[in-house]
Design a protein around this ligand. Structure first.
Ligand code: C2E
Ligand code: CA
Ligand code: CA
Length: 761
């Protein structure tokens, strides 16, 4: 499941809080609407309750004064007086439409208005509608509210009010007054009711006195039907459940009770109710809940719409910000994973994506570790700006050649991912690229030919992990570097050699200290006389861990570690010291010491040598330096100068390994050398290879022409010796005469009768 970004969390928070606020606002507003409705209902209830009571009280006062007078009159004789009285009352009270006076049996005694003439009015007691109320009036010493009904002869909707006139507790007459439906007047004014509000008045026997429900207005006969009993019971139950009040409590308290959400079956409404104990009526104001929605919903829907719009706007905003954030994250990620200069992915990219690349080719692939040769020189000589341009061009050539994953690993190093692992093909591919890269690159008006070295590793044969593969590619690259401008395939043997070289490096530092270094001397024999005229000093290292380490293995390492100067001084001192001792017993001897170019060019080496010769002043010992042809490759003038100085103080120079590289024979004449040492590789071939044999002859001839001594090294048998003697080679060195010998063995060798030492003859 994707994790929500902080931005979306904020958005979610804003949304939830705005929705919560909306809900709270809705609840608050709904409560407010209900509260307002309740206030209104209570007000309406109060007004109807009090005005009804006031009206009834007024009626009662009229009845009271009328009944006082009736008691004083003799009803059979003073009927005209009574009639007059009644008419006056009706006239003076606009609300009173008519008054009837009846005897206790319901017979009409008189009536106000025209009705007086209308005979045949039924006895109230025999009329089923009025009978009930008339009997209630007889039974109660109180004003009785009758029915709300239409009186045809009045042509009016009126409410009857009955009152029994009593003399000494005995009913002598019943007064009935028809109050005009003042309900539509001020007291129960329908038009004052807000939409949905219903006002109802009913008696304690659940007959309606008034209802503002439209069906009662349309069809007043509805008033004659009492409220059904189950409705009353339901209502009483709800009163108990919703407001915790029984109908007795309601009647006895006389309080106005508000009930929220009281249910009449099928009607969800708010109610207020109050009971009048004297006149025995209830006032009930109610409003259907659904009609409150009209006050609440429009506003609330607007608010919802605003919040939705707000949230949509916010969503668009957050979405925009989110996209921007993602874009900049992507940009940052790209920057972090790519090299700014060349635009190639960098080592972090490689580390992150290596696994998926490896998987994509089922673990069978190769890595090229490309390192430019001498790039530092370009940077130092031409500046970094030029260096950068060359790197960009190199990157472009890489991209043109390799289509998979090309990485700039740093500086002038590149790593190429190639989904192949055939060694021969890879070497071919790498060499092609090396050639391609050598094509001139023009930067800042200068043409450069960039050479490079490539180390190649293959997966899975060389490993699967990036770290392992890279370090192996590095080893292969270093091997390639030795040859420059070459590609080299990693092999286990290479790794072993690399480990061996590392061990040499580690052990070599303390080799002299631990006295592991010794010198051996190989005799050089005059081919004519068979006398030993000198020895070549050869260094030996017997290490505690590595055993005998041949000089060809550790001399180059000593040079690369900068140890050669120190080691060379040790060799020189030891060799001079030992051969000096030998000389003392054998007579004059020439000591040839191998010196590397680096050694010769090190400051102070000449002075050291000079000092050594002076200090000893031994006439029996003459010195010779063996240098290789590489000495003259880098800086000929400097080489000539350095060697001349040695020559000047009587140290001779031998050109070692002659014939293996240096080609210009014409140059030999100008060099301050005294000896040509023909390489063993020629000696090895002279018996089998006619060409080598002739070349050997030429070399010896040239040496003679230039007055140089010629030495053949590595002579192993009689036949070789015979050829060399025939060609006139001066000196012979090799196993045929002797292997390199320790000081003691050398002494023994020289003192045996077979080996005459020069000067002993
Ligand atoms: P190099 O100067 O060409 O030495 C001659 C090498 O050929 C020596 O090997 C020697 O033991 C070997 N050799 C001589 N005669 C024969 C023969 O008949 N048959 C065969 N198979 N080999 C023969 P080594 O001692 O292993 O030296 C190897 C190289 O190490 C030397 O080549 C030289 O370049 C370098 N080296 C040896 N000692 C020193 C030293 O003291 N200082 C410096 N700078 N380099 C040294
Ligand atoms: Ca040598
Ligand atoms: Ca040699």
């Amino acid at each position: 499941m994707p994790v929500l970004s902080n931005l979306w969390r904020i958005y979610l928070f804003v949304i939830t809080s705005s929705i919560t606020a909306l809900v709270l606002l809705g609840v608050f507003q709904w409560n407010k609407v209900k509260q307002d409705a309740d206030t209104e209902l209570r007000y309406l209830n109060n007004v109807s309750f009090t005005s009804t009571r006031a009206m009834l009280s007024y009626q009662k006062s009229i009845f009271d004064s009328l009944s006082d007078e009736i008691v004083a009159l003799d009803l059979t004789n003073d009927i005209d007086k009574l009639n007059e009285m009644v008419k006056r009352v009706v006239k003076n009270n606009s609300e009173v439409t008519a008054i009837m006076v009846r005897d206790p049996e319901g017979g009409l005694i008189l009536t106000s208005g025209e009705i007086a003439n209308t005979d045949g009015l039924p006895s109230l007691l025999s009329d089923p509608i009025t009978q009930y109320n008339f009997q209630r009036a007889l039974a109660q010493n109180a004003l009785v509210i009758g029915n709300n009904r239409f009186i045809p002869w009045l042509n009016k909707q009126v409410i009857g009010v009955h009152y029994a006139v009593r003399q000494k507790g005995k009913v002598i007459a019943v007064l009935t007054s028809a109050i005009e439906h003042s309900i539509d007047g001020s007291a129960w004014n329908n038009s004052q009711l807000t939409r949905g509000t219903i006002l109802q008045l009913f008696r304690d026997d659940y007959h309606f006195i008034y209802s503002s429900r439209p069906q009662y207005k349309k069809n007043p006969k509805e008033y004659l039907i009492p409220i059904p009993e189950e409705m009353v019971n339901y209502f009483i139950d709800q009163l108990q459940i919703q407001a915790g009040i029984s109908s007795e409590e309601l009647r006895s308290s006389g309080q106005l009770i508000s009930v929220n959400a009281l249910f009449e079956p099928g009607m969800d409404a708010l109610f207020t109710i109050r009971y009048e104990p004297y006149y025995r009526y209830y006032t009930l104001s109610s409003i259907e809940r659904s009609s409150l929605y009209g006050n609440f919903l429009p506003k609330f829907i607007w608010q919802i719409a605003i919040i939705i719009a707000f949230n949509i706007l916010l969503f668009l905003m957050f979405n925009f910000f989110n996209r921007e954030q993602k874009k900049s994250q992507k940009r940052l990620l790209f920057q972090a994973n790519h090299d700014q200069l060349t635009g190639l992915p960098n080592r972090y990219y490689l580390a992150e994506h290596f696994h998926s690349w490896s998987q994509a080719c089922e673990g069978r692939f190769a890595l090229f570790f490309i390192d430019l040769d001498n790039f530092k020189v370009i940077n130092d000589h031409y500046g970094h700006a030029t260096g950068d341009k060359i790197l960009i061009e190199v990157a472009q050539r890489i991209e043109a050649q390799f289509k998979d994953l090309n990485i700039r690993h740093g500086g002038d190093e590149f790593i190429i991912f190639i989904p192949e692992n055939d060694g021969a093909y890879l070497v071919q591919l790498a060499n092609n690229f090396i050639n391609d890269l050598m094509q001139p690159i023009t930067a800042d008006n200068t043409e450069f030919s960039v050479t490079s070295s490539i180390g190649i590793v293959c997966a899975p044969s060389n490993g699967q992990e990036l770290g392992t593969l890279l370090s192996k590619a590095d080893i292969a690259m270093y091997e390639a570097k030795k040859h420059r401008n070459e590609a080299f395939l990693f092999s286990d043997e290479l790794e072993q050699r690399s480990a061996y070289n590392t061990a040499i490096e580690r052990e070599l530092r303390t080799a002299v200290e631990r006295d592991e270094i010794a010198m051996m001397y190989q005799p050089q024999i005059d081919s004519n006389t068979g006398n030993t005229i000198g020895v070549e000093a050869l260094v030996r290292w017997n290490n505690r861990e590595l055993g005998n380490v041949p000089p060809s293995d550790f001399i180059p390492i000593a040079e690369s570690m900068g140890l050669m100067n120190e080691l060379g001084q040790f060799i020189t001192l030891r060799a001079i010291e030992e051969i000096e001792e030998v000389c003392q017993q054998t007579g004059p001897l020439r000591l040839s010491i191998n010196v590397s170019v680096q050694q010769l060019l090190t400051e102070g080496f000449f002075e050291f040598f000079q000092e050594e010769i002076k200090r000893r002043g031994n006439d029996n010992l003459s010195l010779m330096l063996e240098v290789t042809e590489s000495m003259f490759i880098e800086d000929l003038k400097l080489a000539v100068f350095v060697l001349q100085r040695f020559s000047d103080i009587g140290v001779e120079i031998s050109l070692d390994d002659f014939g293996t590289g240096f080609s210009s024979l014409s140059l030999l004449a100008d060099l301050p050398i005294h000896e040509l040492k023909i390489d063993k590789s020629f000696i090895d071939k002279i018996l089998t290879d006619e060409k080598a044999k002739r070349l050997m002859h030429s070399i010896i001839s040239i040496g003679k022409d230039l007055k140089l001594t010629t030495v053949a090294e590595g002579v192993e048998d009689q036949e070789q010796l015979a050829v060399l003697q025939f060609f006139g080679c001066d000196l012979i060195q090799g196993y045929y005469y002797s292997k390199p010998l320790s000081k003691a063995d050398l002494l023994a060798f020289l003192l045996t009768s077979d080996n005459k030492v020069l000067g002993k003859n």
